[in-house]
Write a protein that binds this ligand. Structure first.
Ligand code: SF4
Ligand code: ZN
Length: 760
């Protein structure tokens, strides 16, 4: 408290009370303070009442007071600590002391597996090389500072579908570098997001990991906030923002924000090394969120439950943990943390010589670190999954036809063909693409493997380290065999895998695969809303946005972009009581709006009776609700009689005077907001793209990055609707970031929306 008060005082004297304060790229101000109090701290001046409030939480510590079994004063002091910490961090921004984050580290991965099978683009080496990590090489690193809203939303879908079951805020320094790496690997293996901060006598776990060459960054689920304890506040800011973003809560709903975290965000604090007063005080703040604290040293415990689900503070002195060596102790420590927080983990046991789990999905294998690669544009690479007769499939059979890794030159580029044959009583041809698309992340989950693309543009890299540890091509088969069985047990009875590496056979089989891909393309193109009688619901996001329901029709992907109609149908087969339920079209109310009685009833029942109407073909009249993990947001610009489309990874200003983060804050949380709607990016290519409001012709502004990324496909759309020049008539942030600029551009270029019937 004293530090915050003193630094604020100095900052006001030096910079003036009106000086603006903000964390980068968030629409939630200083999020912990905003969540707790609803106060939007935007200037130095605005900090003063917050610190006064925090001061009032502190009660003097009487020396002669009896010990009492309640925590009230401790928790109050914890909250005061959090407020002070957030202010201290924000003041660092004012003084320009915040580490500049690498400009690319916040970007999402390139879209390797698009939601619709018909649309895919060739992988681009530049885009991949651009996936910068925070620890580019041993010995140097970049501290992250606060996580931006874009990244929070990008993780949204992983948080809801269980790939990312929770987060661990690690504070301090492990007993040894080896133990530090082991703890992080154990957490990564389970898909737990890891926030790193703090130190013990100047040495931080961040130093330990960097010294051991561990890749830190968003892509590997490891975020280094800072080497002091105060930066741990960003973990709680992240927690607060999950509640605001996905829970539909607003600042000041303190109780709801905290309960949301207790019930839905499976986080814990792991304190490594000596726990000093500041760490104690921070821990007390974390407990208010329902996050327990586990220390690897001897400290007083707080075992009664109540605010957290189980114990509040648990002491587990490292050297007293049972185990043959430190590595085993580290593993037990992680297991105990998971138990105390009640994190639910599902893990597949894959028999390969390297670690395996979702945290390795975004890991990069740079050219220098690469042993060899496959199918990198200059050589053919494909992957093809097909249904086969049960008699022709021998479960678990893995064959490698052609040279294996140890017969390939270091740094070489080789052909590859992966053929997966699946048999199962409930397997259907329609599930082939759904299962095939899994290959991408299943292969990526292996430490030191990088997989990009799909179908006939597969590109795989194997790292030197992974090769040296004994990884060979047959292990690819082991991965696919084990994971397909575990993730799709209801439709997969038998799987066999053949990996081809000789050019002739790869080329021959690639043409067989291509013919099948072509057939699938035609089938997908013919799959229209009219051609089926059942649409599917998705309520996966209800774990975060309790009122949200997606209805997924063949011509519209879920707004996260991760689920299309075929996926939902397969998912229903896999798990009939799961989040994807069939809803039969019944009781047509309006064909134009895409409104049916059966969908209205379903949505009403599943939105806690908050939404009683929902149309599928309109954004102005009862549009679909928006959870928080949407890829794009679409919003009416009344002056232009059209809509703007803002993509999640576009940080620039829009003509609405708001950035994506702010817009998303208005639309998210499972609300229905006419004129505003979250959607998946492939929805833009659909013939059922807001047909009631005029379809793609009504788009007047679009994020420049999205326009470029999807240029070829969007051009096809424009030609299909008889407006071949439309794409260049759509403005972007290069030509307009205000309504005035937008109007001038549209009028000048003659955008068709201006002549369309008024949307209002
Ligand atoms: Fe969430 Fe909708 Fe995606 Fe399902 S389809 S995961 S409900 S956004
Ligand atoms: Zn969602």
């Amino acid at each position: 408290m004293a530090q915050a008060e003193r630094e604020l005082d100095e900052a006001v004297k030096e910079h003036g009370p009106e000086t603006p304060v903000a964390f980068t790229n968030t629409a939630y101000y200083l999020p912990v303070i905003y969540g707790y109090t609803g106060q939007k701290v935007e200037t130095l001046d605005g900090m003063t009442p917050i610190l006064e409030k925090a001061r009032a939480f502190l009660t003097p510590v009487p020396t002669d007071k009896l010990w009492l079994p309640y925590l009230g004063e401790t928790l109050d002091a914890g909250v005061a600590t959090l407020f002070a910490q957030e202010i201290i961090e924000a003041l660092r921004f004012v003084r320009g002391e915040q580490p500049e984050r690498m400009s690319l580290s916040g970007l999402a991965l390139p879209p390797a597996a698009p939601a619709t099978d018909s649309a895919f683009t060739a992988p681009d080496e530049a885009a991949v090389e651009g996936r910068v990590v925070s620890a580019p090489s041993r010995g140097s690193y970049t501290l992250n500072g606060p996580i931006d809203d874009i990244q929070l939303r990008t993780w949204g879908i992983q948080l809801v579908d269980g790939r990312m079951p929770g987060f661990a805020a690690i504070v301090g320094c492990a007993k040894s570098n080896e133990v530090a790496v082991k703890i992080v690997r154990e957490l990564q293996r389970r898909g737990i997001l890891i926030f790193l901060s703090g130190n013990v006598n100047g040495r931080s776990i961040i130093h330990q990991l960097v010294e051991e060459g561990v890749q830190l960054g968003y892509d590997t689920y490891t975020v280094p906030f800072g080497t002091d304890t105060i930066s741990a506040i960003y973990a709680l800011g992240f927690a607060t923002r999950s509640a605001l973003t996905f829970g539909g809560l607003t600042g000041g709903q303190a109780r709801e924000v905290l309960e949301y975290n207790k019930n839905r965000v499976f986080a814990f604090v792991l304190a490594l090394g000596e726990v000093d007063d500041l760490k104690y005080a921070t821990a007390a703040g974390a407990i208010t969120y329902g996050f327990p604290v586990i220390a690897d040293t001897l400290i007083p415990q707080i075992l009664p439950t109540g605010i957290t689900t189980y114990e509040h503070v648990v002491s587990m002195p490292f050297d007293e943990i049972r185990g043959n060596d430190d590595l085993e102790r580290a593993e037990r420590l992680v297991e105990r943390c998971i138990e105390i927080r009640g994190v639910k983990i599902s893990m597949v046991d894959v028999d390969i010589p390297v670690a395996y789990g979702p945290a390795f999905e975004g890991e990069i294998v740079r050219r220098e670190a690469m042993q060899m690669e496959f199918g990198a544009r200059t050589t053919p690479g494909f992957e093809y999954l097909r249904m086969a007769d049960p008699d022709d499939v021998q479960d678990g059979r893995v064959q490698v036809v052609g040279p294996d890794l140890d017969e390939m030159e270091e740094g070489s580029n080789n052909p590859i063909g992966i053929v997966v044959e699946v048999a199962g009583r409930r397997m259907q041809e329609d599930f082939e693409p759904v299962l095939e698309r899994q290959i991408h992340h299943l292969v990526n989950f292996a430490e030191g493997l990088q997989h990009i693309g799909q179908r006939d543009i597969t590109w795989i890299r194997v790292s030197k380290n992974t090769y040296t540890r004994g990884f060979r091509l047959a292990h690819l088969g082991n991965i696919l065999h084990a994971s397909l069985h575990s993730d799709f047990s209801a439709i997969v009875d038998k799987v066999q895998i053949t990996v081809y590496t000789n050019l002739e056979q790869v080329e021959e089989l690639r043409s067989v695969a291509r013919a099948a891909f072509q057939e699938r393309n035609v089938k997908t193109a013919n799959l229209t809303d009219e051609s089926v009688d059942t649409f599917y619901s998705c309520t996966l996001c209800q774990s975060f946005a309790p009122d949200h329901v997606c209805i997924i029709n063949p011509e519209r992907v879920g707004l996260c972009g991760a689920y299309n109609w075929l996926d939902c149908r397969a998912s229903y087969e896999l798990n009939p009581n799961g989040p994807n339920q069939p809803v039969v079209k019944r009781g047509l109310i309006s064909e134009e709006l895409g409104e049916w009685e059966s969908f209205n009833e379903f949505v009403y029942q599943h939105s806690n009776t908050n939404i009683d109407r929902m149309t599928l073909y309109s954004i102005m009249d009862a549009p679909m609700t928006s959870c928080g993990c949407f890829e794009c947001i679409m919003m009416l610009i009344p002056e232009a009689n059209g809509f703007m489309i803002v993509s999640r990874d576009d940080p620039s200003m829009t003509p609405a005077g708001m950035t994506f983060s702010t817009l998303a804050g208005m639309a998210g949380g499972g609300q229905q907001s006419p004129g505003m709607m979250g959607h998946g990016k492939y929805y833009l290519l659909s013939k059922k793209f807001i047909p009631k409001e005029g379809g793609f012709k009504a788009v007047v502004w679009m994020s420049a990055n999205l326009k470029e990324e999807m240029r070829a496909e969007l051009q096809e759309v424009c030609e299909g609707i008889g407006e071949p020049d439309l794409l260049d008539k759509i403005a972007d942030s290069n030509v307009a970031t205000t309504v005035e600029e937008l109007m001038a551009y549209l009028e000048d270029i003659g955008h068709p929306a201006l002549k369309m019937p008024s949307l209002l």
